[in-house]
Design a binder for this molecule. Structure first.
Ligand code: FAD
Length: 505
């Protein structure tokens, strides 16, 4: 019997993106449907960074039916309640972009409008005091949600920090156990069908030719299939996000891991600190127009918590995205599809959402253009909304101590972002647009944290007596304080449930 089903899926690349795709496809398609092959080259290796995630990764883990404690142990992971931004709005300032909600909405009006009214008067503390994750992060505490009725402990949002190499290995074992076949070696050539320009096969450097129906390009920045073979084109966003290099180095752990990522702004970029169970990941993202590689590495090494465990590694990138993520019979995922700096840990999420989108628009061998166009449209929206969120971090700053920050402050931003900032500045209004990844709370925390001030608030707030607002805000604050006191420390939680075997030095 002949049919049009996709029978041969070829994934090129065995980094985080490739193995995430292999794991998800082998789980969902259960290998009865299609033969899945993954090609990776030990000689080329992977980018090897990418260690902080956002809470949506739990959906991916659920799809794979992973045991979370085992996943944490196998990847030397820690838990993440948010990202602390240091020296971003102004030197000496810090704020947390925390996962989860803020306060409690009242009369159908978002909580922050009530808080804004009193905060402007100087009558209440900063927004952190009404955010469970902020207070817990500050105190180094963590636990998973428990069934506690209305308590904020019933709904604790968290993500993970993990070792990228261990994560890829973990997913590789998962995929191979579900029938994915792995081919080690270099792809030397890509063959296109002369009639329609679709990819027909890839040829390995030992001459073997691997044919496929659907090709997934996870080959990293080089975009072996989507760009080098199909010449899809790239939309460059570096005029809005000018950082174009990173230097990364792991260092020794010197204290119990904190349950959040730290991002510290420097004079031409920023430095990440990602605490794992066995070590700490660090990197300095910077703009080469304003800083040399040597200076960037020097700054990175000067700001490590512990001894460096390797030589600093330099990575170059151009922020932007492919003009089409899906072109003919090739879908690009991960770095092959585009790149936005890891300021909000979105890249692994974009791999995950690309896989989900591919599953919902999964083609047959006809490759209907309508499906392909819809995939690209949805991915464009997702990328652009994240782009705006990242630009906001750079643009909303009062730093004037370095030419880089002056350029960011004065640059013109996309109209979509300008609108968002104006709405907030006027009356504190924030709307989540077109299913964008970051919700109202994220935008609030970042715009406020960076120093953008709302001049007004929702007028319905004034229908509640002031003393009543004070009473309610105080009660929320007390509940959060008491809830956090109930939480164990992050280190205690890990030791109790998911401590990894100590790594051999
Ligand atoms: P790669 O890891 O580069 O893998 C490419 C694969 O293709 C490799 O297996 C390679 O061997 C193979 N390959 C290439 N060419 C060939 C060939 N010719 N033949 C055979 N095989 C080939 N994301 C986050 O979500 N959180 C973060 O905190 C974060 N931090 C980051 C920091 C930096 C500085 C950078 C650059 C990225 C960061 N990312 C982060 C992004 C994240 O690292 C990537 O999204 C993720 O690792 C996926 O990479 P990849 O699999 O697409 O590419």
């Amino acid at each position: 019997m002949t049919d049009n089903l996709i029978r041969r899926i070829v994934i090129v690349g065995g980094g985080t993106a490739g193995w995430m795709a292999a794991a998800a496809l082998s789980k969902v398609l259960k290998n009865r449907y299609a033969d899945i092959r993954l090609i990776e080259s030990d000689a080329i290796g992977t980018v090897g960074v990418g260690e902080a995630t956002i809470p949506q990764i739990q959906l991916f883990n659920q799809l794979l039916e992973l045991d979370e404690d085992e996943f944490v142990r196998r990847t030397q992971a820690t838990f993440k309640l948010g990202i602390q931004f240091v020296d971003w709005g102004q030197k000496g300032e810090r704020y947390l972009h925390a996962f989860g909600g803020v306060g409690r909405d009242m009369q159908g009006i978002p909580f922050h409008h009530y808080w804004l009214k009193l905060f402007r008067e100087g009558a209440v503390p900063n927004i952190d005091a009404y955010t469970l994750n902020c207070i817990a992060a500050e105190q180094g505490r963590f636990m998973r949600s428990v069934d506690a009725g209305n308590s904020p402990l019933s709904n604790i949002a968290y993500a993970f920090h993990f070792d990228a190499a261990l994560y890829a290995m973990y997913l590789r074992d998962f995929s191979i156990a579900r029938g994915v076949s792995r081919r080690e070696g270099k792809v030397a050539q890509v063959h296109l069908s002369p009639d329609n320009g679709f990819i027909r096969s890839v040829q390995m450097d030992d001459g073997e030719e691997i044919e496929g129906d659907l090709f997934i390009d996870c080959s990293g920045f080089r975009g072996l299939l989507i760009e080098q073979a199909l010449h899809t084109g790239y939309e460059d966003w570096s005029h809005w996000l000018p950082c174009d290099r990173a230097v990364a180095v792991p260092c020794a752990k010197v204290a119990d891991p904190l349950p959040y990522t730290r991002s510290t702004a420097h004079t031409a970029g920023w430095q990440w600190r990602i605490p794992l169970q066995h070590r700490t990941g660090n990197g300095h993202v910077y703009c080469s127009q304003y800083m040399s590689d040597d200076e960037a590495a020097h700054i990175l090494l000067r700001h490590l918590d512990g001894e460096p465990l390797a030589e600093p590694r330099l990575l170059r990138f151009t922020t932007g995205k492919r003009k089409r993520f899906w072109n003919r019979n090739c879908v690009a995922l991960g770095l092959a599809s585009g790149f936005m700096e890891p300021l909000e840990s979105t890249s692994i999420h974009l791999v995950q959402s690309g896989i989900a989108r591919l599953m919902s628009l999964f083609p047959d061998c006809h490759f209907d253009q309508e499906d392909i166009d819809e995939y690209n449209r949805q991915a464009d929206v997702e990328f652009e909304r994240i782009r705006d969120f990242l630009i906001a971090h750079y643009h909303i700053t009062r730093r004037d101590d370095a030419p880089f920050w002056n350029a960011c402050r004065y640059m013109s931003v996309p109209e979509s972002l300008q609108r968002k900032m104006s709405l907030y500045q006027k009356n504190g209004r924030i709307f989540r647009e077109q299913e964008e990844l970051f919700n109202e709370t994220s935008w609030l925390e970042v715009m406020h944290g960076q120093g953008l001030q709302a001049r007004g608030y929702h007028p319905v707030v004034d229908t509640m007596p002031r003393e009543e607002i004070v009473r309610r805000l105080d009660s929320i604050r007390q509940v959060i304080k008491a809830s956090v006191e109930y939480m164990p420390t992050h280190a205690e939680f890990i030791a109790r449930y998911c401590a990894a075997t100590p790594a051999t030095p």
